[in-house]
Design a protein around this ligand. Structure first.
Ligand code: ADP
Ligand code: ZN
Length: 523
């Protein structure tokens, strides 16, 4: 087969117009026989970095990947593009394995996916010796790091590749690497002389802001009028109903806003999307069903009226702003109700305990980003294993939030929840607990004679919105739990530490602006 041009392969085989980011350089470097270590965020397009060189060079590209469960899918997807691909792993029967080996030896494979443990088997090395190898691609290269969360002993053996096949170029790829892991990967895989391509996860032109939710629509409108009049943007909401309502609200305020969610008729969805792409200054109000594959360079803001489920989701959605590199805003309004709602959704989600635990971890990372008093960008990059300096272009950098000693306040909340359970065998939602703390007289209070509780009215030093902020932060840190059909509050394993005074609780003081908004609402 005549050597092919990488750009031609990109067009003809994969059907893409242009390379993305460092792809061109990486592909040319590896196609020319160079070694590479590639750090690129998920979705950055790592696969093409080895797939194209494998097609350009003579022989078979051998891909070492621990993701055995995905191999079949990856191979199927490649075959659909006309690429000759196969895999060898433990899920196969002997006949299938023999067929794949034969195809490799006959030079009829462009790509061969290998589970790392296959390399421990002497026959695999012999097989590779008898065929022609275009390159080695080591996917999920962080698995070689003993300090990482994903260490696989089989990966240590990969340093042998270079010794045994010194002339075959190697490309190692990963999406998660702290600086320390990065160095460790290079050393362990003997890639210190390789060219390193490190894509940053940072989007410096995006200003990250997370504000306490008071009156979300009014807050959104203020943002649009004050900073983004006439700009194109996306407003994300959790539910279809809310999408419709917010789109109507913005339209009534004279803003060109369109709804987008999976419940709309396909032609309506297509028309709205086309208008968003073609016209200037359209605001798309959407569920997360919108955005995948949307490549509009001048989206000036992405606003979230509901809390994303994970930092990955948040990063992906906000990443749709400012692809042209011009200043853009990522704005999220977040409140107690969001925490309650998300915890409830996890409670009610299908799937096993491990699944729910994973969802909880994702949510906790998102909540930590919301409640941080440090640079949002540093927090966000740290999540992806990248170090950063305070950016000067996020809300916490621009107006550093203050903290206060919320230990006593936390104790008041927790002991109210504890007393309700202990003395009355009852549990209530956040709103009622705040009423008890404030000493409010309401029908529900007198019905349950909660004004007789010793904690009734012990919280008159804080306002309603401040108590909600305290509860929100306790929930975010799992010092308090919410659950059940009525989203009632309950203590957690760690609540006791606060109640017994073994643990202090530093809380974020919400910015003045939000406090003012909620005061004017209650006025
Ligand atoms: P990663 O492995 O880094 O997570 P993938 O290789 O799976 O990323 O690529 C993510 C998505 O981007 C895929 O849908 C892929 O087809 C697409 N993609 C990658 N490179 C390009 C490109 N140059 N042009 C258009 N789409 C691309
Ligand atoms: Zn910052």
């Amino acid at each position: 087969m005549a050597p092919r041009d990488p750009a031609q392969v990109l067009h003809q085989v994969f059907g893409y117009e242009d390379f993305r980011g460092d792809q061109r350089e990486i592909v040319e470097h590896v196609s020319g026989g160079g070694d590479a270590l590639v750090l690129m965020p998920t979705g950055g397009g790592k696969s093409l970095c080895y797939q194209i060189p494998a097609l350009v060079r003579d022989g078979t590209g051998v891909v070492i990947s621990p993701l055995i469960a995905l191999m079949q899918d990856q191979v199927d997807a490649l075959r659909a593009l006309g690429v000759r691909a196969g895999f060898l792993n433990s899920t196969q029967g002997p006949q299938e394995r023999r067929d794949t080996e034969r195809a490799f030896l006959d030079g009829e494979l462009d790509l061969l996916y290998l589970a790392p443990e296959r390399l421990r088997v002497a026959s695999t090395a012999d097989l590779l010796d008898r065929g022609r190898i275009a390159l080695f691609a080591i996917d999920e290269a962080h698995c070689v790091s003993q300090w990482g969360h994903d260490f696989r002993p089989d990966y240590l053996a990969l340093s042998e590749l270079h010794r045994r096949w010194p002339d075959v170029p190697r490309i190692a790829l990963t999406a998660t690497a702290t600086r320390a892991t990065h160095t460790e990967i290079a050393e362990r895989l003997d890639l210190t002389d390789a060219r390193h391509f490190v894509a940053s996860f940072d989007r410096p032109n995006i200003q990250y802001r997370i504000v306490p939710k008071a009156e979300e629509r009014r807050q959104l409108l203020e943002l649009l009028r004050a900073e983004h009049a006439g700009d194109a943007g996306i407003v994300y909401c959790l539910s279809r109903r809310k999408v419709e309502q917010v789109a109507e609200f913005l339209t009534a305020q004279g803003i060109t806003a369109l709804p987008y969610h999976a419940g709309l008729e396909a032609p309506v969805r297509a028309a709205n999307q086309a208008r968003f792409l073609r016209e200037d200054g359209v605001v798309m109000v959407a569920t997360i069903a919108f955005g995948m594959g949307i490549d509009k360079p001048d989206v000036r803001f992405v606003a979230h009226l509901d809390l994303p489920k994970s930092v990955e989701g948040y990063y992906q959605e906000t990443g749709r702003a400012g692809r042209d590199g011009l200043p853009s805003t990522a704005w999220l309004a977040y409140g107690l109700g969001d925490v309650v709602q998300q915890r409830k959704m996890i409670d009610e989600s299908e799937g096993d305990l491990a699944h729910r635990r994973r969802l909880t971890q994702h949510l906790d990372a998102m909540l930590a980003l919301c409640e941080t008093v440090e640079c949002r960008r540093v927090n966000l990059l740290a999540y992806f294993g990248q170090a950063g300096e305070p950016c000067g272009n996020c809300d916490t950098c621009l107006t550093p939030p203050q903290t206060w000693d919320g230990t006593v306040a936390a104790q008041k909340v927790l002991s109210t929840v504890w007393r309700l359970k202990k003395e009355r065998n009852q549990s209530f939602g956040a709103g009622h607990v705040v009423d008890i703390l404030l000493g409010k007289q309401s029908p529900k209070i007198s019905q349950h004679r909660h004004d007789e509780l010793s904690v009734f009215g012990v919280g008159s030093d804080l306002r309603d919105s401040e108590w909600r902020a305290v509860i929100r932060q306790l929930l975010a840190r799992e010092l308090l739990a919410v659950g059940g059909a009525y989203q009632t509050l309950a203590l957690t394993e760690t609540s006791g530490e606060v109640l017994r005074g073994e643990r202090t609780v530093a809380l974020r003081r919400d910015p003045e602006r939000a406090a003012r908004a909620s005061r004017s609402r209650s006025a």
